[in-house]
Write a protein that binds this ligand. Structure first.
Ligand code: WT7
Length: 661
C-alpha cells in the first residue's frame, strides 16, 4: 500500500493567479429551446429528492408495475423503486419500435473505412428479440451471467439488450484487454456464455479476439457456450470448438423473431462492469435495472439536451461505462439516434472524427480531453477541412480538461457557438453527477461546474469537514442517487470498505477537488492508487503485480506522472533480481510484458531500474516521492524513509534521462 499521499497533494489553497476568469453563459437561443431553462429542477430536488426522482421515473420510463416505495436507504445499501417492475430492453427498444419512431434510426454504425450500417428501432427490435431467443436456446436463464468480449460492432449493443431482455446480467469486457484480463473477469462473474468476434479491425489490422478468448477459456470452466460474430472472415484464423462454439449468423438465421421482454424487479441486476480499484484485483461494479435506467435516461436528455431529430455521437468504446450509459442505455431509452464508430481517430487520416461529424451531420459530440489534446497537437488544419456547422453541443468526460483544451474545443470545433458540458462521473456512479445543464449553467473552462439536480457533492478534509472555498480536499457524495452501484459482484465487504469507510455514511469518490467561491467544482484527479491514462482507469498495484510476475523483477513501483496529452502516463521503477542486468532490451521486454498481460493501455511510458525503492519504516512504497521526482517537484519530507540515498539515485537517473532527451 502507498502512504496517505492524497492529502498531501490536494490540501492547498489555490493561488488567485491560477483562477480561471473566463465565463460562458448559455445563449438566449440555446436556452429558449433547451429541456431545462431554469433552476426549477434543482429547487424541486432540494425540496424533496425522492419525489423529484419519482416524478421523472414516471415520466421517462415505462413500467410494467409501479413501485411501492421510491427509496430504501440503509447506508451503504440502497434499493430504488421497490416493488416496481420494468425491463431495460423494453424501454430502449420496444416502446420506440411500437411508436412513430419505428422507422427512425436507432443505431448508426460507421465501420472501419468502407462499412456502415443503420438499424431502425424496428430492426433493433427484431435483432434483439432474435438474439434473446438464441441466448435462451443456449440455456441462458434469468440471473445467469453472460460475458461479452467484442469490438465496436452493432452486434455488441444487440447482445447487451438481449441479455437485459431476459434478465441475464451482462459483463462486457473491453476488446483491448488481454486474454488474462478476460479470463479474470469471466471467472469472477462465473459467466455461462461468452459472446465474441472472430476478430476486430484496428487501424487496418486484425485483433484476433476469438484466439484470445480461446486462450482465456482454457481456464474458465463456467463457460458452456460461445457465440462468435463473423466480422473478419478467414483472415482472423478463428477455430471453432465443436459443441461449444457457434456462429452468430447461423444461430440468428433460424431464431424466432418474437421474445417478449421479461418483467423484472427494479433491483434486478442489469450488468457487471469491471474497473480498476486500489488493489490488484479488478472489481465488478454491479448496476441494477430501474434506478440505473432512470439515471442515464434523464441525464442523457438534460445534459446533452437531446432532441428527437439529433444525431448524437459518443466516441467512447462500449467496453467502458461511458459506452454503456451514453452510447447504449441512455440514448436508446430516449429513442434517440446513437452513432457508433468502430475504428481509431487517426485512421485512415487524422480527420476521421471530423469526417464522421460532416458525413452524418452530427449535432452532439461527446468525447475525451485526451482526444481533444491529441487533435490540438495534430493541428487545426484537420477540423478546418470539414463542415462542422451541424454541431450544437459538445461534451467531455474521463479526466480533467485543462482550460487551453477546453478553449480549443470551443473555438475550433464548436466555432464559439456550442455549449460545452464537462461531465464528471465514474463507473460506480453509473450516470453523470457533476455537469452543467447547457441551457442554464454558465460554464468556466476546466470546471465540471455543479451537481446534477438531486445530487449532493462536497469537498471535505481528512476529518470529513467541508472545506472552505478554494481549499482542496476529497470529493464526496452525500446522498444516494438512483444509478449508484449497489455492491461489488461477490464482494460486499470490499464495497463497504472501498467507498463508505473513510467517511462513514458518505461515498468517497477517490478524487481530489476544490470548490470555488461560486460553488463550482474543479476536479484535480485521483488521490488513491489509481492512474488515469487517457481516461482509462488503471490500478498502480495491478501493474506492479504484473511486473513482479516477470522472472527478472524483484520489486516494482508504478506511478502516474503528468503527461501533456494523456493526462497521466505510467512510470515504472523496477528492482531486478540477482543475476539480471539492466538493459534497453529488458526495458522494452517489461513494457511489452505489461501490455500483453493487462492491455496496451497499461504499457509503461518509461521504466527505470533502481537498486531499491523508497519505503517508509512500515515498508510502504512512497509513491508520492517518485511522483515528485517524475514531475520535477522539490522533494517533500524524506525523513521517514528507511534509506534516503535510494531516492537520490532515482532522481539522478530521471534527470539524466531528461538531459538526454
Ligand atoms: C474517474 C472515473 C465516467 C466515465 C469515464 C471514466 C475521472 C471522469 C471526469 C471529469 C475530471 C474526471 C475521475 C473519476 N473523471 N470524468 N469530467 N473531470 N475527472 O470512468 O473509468 O470509472 O473513471 O475518471 O478521476 O474518478 P472511470
Amino acid at each position: 500500500m502507498a502512504d496517505g499521499d492524497g492529502a498531501a497533494r490536494t490540501t492547498s489553497v489555490v493561488e488567485p493567479l491560477l483562477v480561471e476568469q473566463r465565463r460562458f453563459p448559455p445563449s438566449p437561443e440555446f436556452r429558449e429551446h433547451a429541456w431545462v431553462k431554469d433552476r426549477t429542477p434543482w429547487e424541486e430536488a432540494e425540496r424533496d429528492f425522492e419525489a423529484f426522482w419519482a416524478k421523472h421515473a414516471e415520466a421517462e420510463l415505462t413500467w410494467f408495475r409501479k413501485w411501492d416505495r421510491v427509496l430504501e436507504w440503509n447506508a451503504p445499501w440502497a434499493k430504488w423503486f421497490i416493488g416496481g417492475q420494468l425491463n431495460a430492453s423494453y424501454n430502449c427498444v420496444d416502446r420506440h419500435a411500437q411508436s412513430w419512431r419505428r422507422t427512425k434510426a436507432a443505431i448508426v454504425w460507421e465501420g472501419e473505412p468502407g462499412d456502415s450500417r443503420v438499424l431502425t428501432y424496428q430492426d433493433l427490435h427484431r435483432e434483439v428479440q432474435k438474439f434473446a431467443n438464441v441466448l435462451k436456446s443456449l440455456g441462458v436463464q434469468k440471473g445467469d451471467r453472460v460475458s461479452i468480449y467484442m469490438g465496436m460492432v452493432p452486434e455488441l449493443p444487440i447482445a447487451m439488450l438481449a441479455c437485459a431482455r431476459i434478465g441475464a446480467p451482462h459483463s462486457v469486457v473491453f476488446g483491448g484487454f488481454s486474454s488474462d484480463a478476460l479470463r479474470d473477469r469471466i471467472q469472477d462473474a462465473e459467466a455461462k456464455v461468452l459472446i465474441t468476434q472472430d476478430g476486430a479491425w484496428r487501424r487496418g489490422s486484425i485483433v484476433p479476439l476469438k484466439q484470445l478468448a480461446d486462450k482465456a477459456l482454457t481456464e474458465c470452466p463456467s463457460v458452456e457456450k460461445v457465440v462468435v460474430v463473423r466480422r473478419i472472415g478467414d483472415a482472423a484464423e478463428a477455430t471453432m470448438v465443436e459443441g461449444r462454439d457457434y456462429w452468430w449468423h447461423e444461430l440468428m438465421a433460424t431464431a424466432d423473431p418474437v421474445c417478449p421482454a421479461e418483467p423484472l424487479d427494479a433491483e434486478h441486476p442489469l450488468y457487471i462492469l469491471y474497473t480498476s480499484g486500489t488493489t490488484g484485483k479488478p472489481k465488478g461494479i454491479l448496476h441494477t435495472t430501474g434506478g440505473y435506467l432512470l439515471g442515464v435516461t434523464l441525464t442523457t436528455k438534460w445534459v446533452f439536451d437531446l432532441k428527437d431529430d439529433d444525431y448524437y455521437w459518443c466516441t467512447a468504446d462500449i467496453g467502458w461505462v461511458t459506452g454503456h450509459s451514453y452510447i447504449v442505455y441512455g440514448p436508446l431509452s430516449n429513442g434517440a439516434t446513437t452513432v457508433m464508430y468502430e475504428g481509431a481517430p487517426d485512421w485512415p487520416e487524422k480527420d476521421r472524427y471530423w469526417d464522421i461529424v460532416e458525413k452524418y451531420r452530427i449535432n452532439i459530440l461527446y468525447t475525451s480531453p485526451t482526444f481533444i489534446r491529441t487533435a490540438m497537437k495534430w493541428g487545426t488544419e484537420w477540423p478546418a477541412k470539414h463542415d462542422l456547422s451541424s454541431l450544437r453541443l459538445l461534451g467531455t468526460v474521463g479526466e480533467p480538461i485543462n482550460p487551453e483544451a477546453w478553449m480549443w474545443y470551443h473555438e475550433h470545433i464548436g466555432h464559439g457557438r456550442c455549449p460545452i458540458v464537462d461531465t464528471w462521473w465514474q463507473t460506480e456512479t453509473g450516470m453523470i453527477m457533476i455537469t452543467p445543464l447547457p441551457g442554464v449553467v454558465t460554464t468556466k473552462p476546466g470546471s465540471a461546474t455543479i451537481p446534477f439536480p438531486g445530487v449532493v457533492a462536497d469537498v471535505v478534509d481528512e476529518q470529513g469537514n467541508s472545506c472552505p472555498p478554494n481549499v482542496g480536499g476529497y470529493l464526496v457524495l452525500k446522498r444516494p442517487w438512483p444509478a449508484m452501484l449497489r455492491t461489488f459482484w461477490g464482494d460486499p465487504d470490499r464495497y463497504v470498505k472501498t467507498y463508505w469507510s473513510r467517511f462513514p455514511g458518505i461515498y468517497f469518490t477517490g478524487d481530489g477537488a476544490r470548490r470555488d467561491e461560486d460553488g463550482y467544482f474543479w476536479i484535480t484527479g485521483r488521490v488513491d492508487d489509481v492512474v488515469n491514462v487517457a481516461g482509462h482507469r488503471l490500478s498502480n498495484i495491478e501493474i506492479e503485480s504484473t511486473l513482479v510476475a516477470h522472472p527478472a523483477v524483484a520489486e516494482a513501483a508504478v506511478i502516474g506522472r503528468n503527461d501533456p496529452i494523456k493526462g497521466q502516463a505510467i512510470s515504472a521503477f523496477v528492482v531486478l533480481k540477482a543475476g539480471y542486468q539492466p538493459s534497453e532490451d529488458l526495458k522494452h521486454e517489461l513494457r511489452e510484458w505489461v501490455a500483453e498481460k493487462i492491455s496496451p493501455i497499461a504499457r509503461p511510458a518509461d521504466v527505470f531500474f533502481t537498486a531499491d525503492l523508497p519505503k517508509t519504516r512500515s515498508a510502504k512504497i512512497m509513491r508520492r516521492l517518485l511522483r515528485d521526482i517524475a514531475e520535477g517537484r522539490v522533494l517533500g519530507d524524506t525523513t521517514t524513509l528507511t534509506d534516503p540515498a535510494v531516492i537520490a539515485e532515482i532522481k539522478k537517473q530521471y534527470e539524466e534521462r531528461e538531459a538526454a532527451e
